[in-house]
Ligand binder design. Structure first.
Ligand SMILES: Cc1cc2nc3c(=O)[nH]c(=O)nc-3n(C[C@H](O)[C@H](O)[C@H](O)COP(=O)(O)O)c2cc1C
Length: 246
C-alpha cells in the first residue's frame, strides 16, 4: 500500500471533549490498564500532539519509539518489567510501605503499594510502551530536558483527551544498554523516560498537590502573593513518599 492509500492518511485528529484546564488539573498517573490494544488512529493522534511541543530554537530533538505488539515490543516490555520489579521491591522496603499505616490495607500508603505492585507485575503486558528520546546536539546540560519533557506531558494530556491514561517512569535506566542494543538506538541518544499507556481501569480525577501558596512566589523567594489561593474543594497532599517509615 502506498503512503497515499493508507487508511489513516486522510483522517484528522480526533476531537476531545475534555476542556483544556480540566484536563491539566485532572490527569492522574494511571498504572492499571484494561487489556485492550490502542488503535493506530489514537496512537497517531497522541503522538501528533506530543510532537507539537515546544523545544529550544524549535530544534525538535525529541523522538518517540512506540512499542505495542511486535517482537521487539514484547522484548522491550519484558526487559523493563524486570527492572521495574527490582526497583519497586527496593523502594517498597526502603520507604517502609508495609509498615506503620501501611499495615492497614485501606490506608493510602497500602493502596499505593498495591497499585505499584500490580503495575510492575503486569508491566510486560502494558498496551503501549513509549520511549521518548532526546537527540543531543551539544554536551549534556541541565536545561536539555526542557526540550523533551514538554512533549512527554503533551503525550499524557492527549492520552487523557482520548480516554487513555499513562505514567512517566525511570524504570528503563538499569537496562538502558540492553534496550539500545535491542532497538538500534545509537549510543549518544538519551532515553528520557519510559511511558506506559492504556485505557485506565480506574478513573482520572483532580490531582492532589501542595497548596499553591507553598509553590508560587511573587517578587521574591518564598513571598506568597495574596492571590495564591486554591479553588474551593481542592484536595492537597504533601511531597514525596511516605514520611512515617516505621
Ligand atoms: C520525572 C518523573 C519520574 C517518575 N518516575 C516514576 C517511576 O519510576 N515509577 C512510577 O510508577 N511513577 C513514576 N512517576 C510518576 C509519579 O509518581 C506521579 O506523576 C506522581 O506521583 C503524581 O501522580 P498523580 O498525578 O496521580 O497525583 C514519575 C513522574 C515523573 C514526573
Amino acid at each position: 500500500m502506498s503512503q497515499d492509500e493508507h487508511p489513516l492518511q486522510s483522517t484528522t485528529i480526533t476531537e476531545s471533549n475534555v476542556p483544556l484546564l480540566e484536563g491539566l488539573t485532572t490527569t492522574r498517573a494511571i498504572r492499571r490498564y484494561r487489556d485492550e490494544p490502542i488503535p493506530e488512529a489514537h496512537l497517531r493522534d497522541m503522538l501528533f500532539a506530543a510532537t507539537r511541543a515546544p523545544s529550544g530554537s524549535n530544534r525538535q530533538p525529541f523522538r518517540f519509539i512506540v512499542l505495542t505488539d511486535s517482537a521487539n515490543a514484547h522484548k522491550a516490555k519484558s526487559l523493563i518489567a524486570g527492572s521495574a520489579q527490582e526497583i519497586w521491591a527496593q523502594k517498597e522496603q526502603n520507604d517502609g510501605y508495609s509498615k506503620g499505616s501501611g499495615a492497614d490495607p485501606n490506608s493510602p500508603k497500602s493502596r499505593m503499594a498495591n497499585t505499584m505492585r500490580s503495575y510492575v507485575d503486569n508491566f510486560a503486558t502494558v498496551p503501549a510502551l513509549i520511549l521518548p528520546c532526546l537527540v543531543r546536539y551539544r554536551a549534556a546540560d541541565p536545561m536539555e530536558g526542557a526540550s523533551v519533557y514538554p512533549a512527554v506531558q503533551n503525550l499524557l494530556l492527549a492520552a487523557r483527551a482520548l480516554g487513555y491514561g499513562g505514567v512517566i517512569t525511570g524504570f528503563h535506566r538499569p537496562v538502558e544498554k540492553e534496550l539500545k542494543s535491542l532497538l538500534g538506538i545509537p549510543e549518544d541518544i538519551f532515553i528520557a523516560s519510559t511511558v506506559t499507556l492504556g485505557k485506565p481501569q480506574g478513573n482520572h480525577g483532580p490531582v492532589r498537590r501542595r497548596p499553591i501558596r507553598e509553590l508560587v512566589f511573587a517578587d521574591a523567594w518564598e513571598h506568597s502573593p495574596a492571590w495564591a489561593v486554591d479553588p474551593p474543594g481542592t484536595r492537597f497532599t504533601s511531597a514525596g513518599p511516605p514520611k512515617n517509615k516505621t
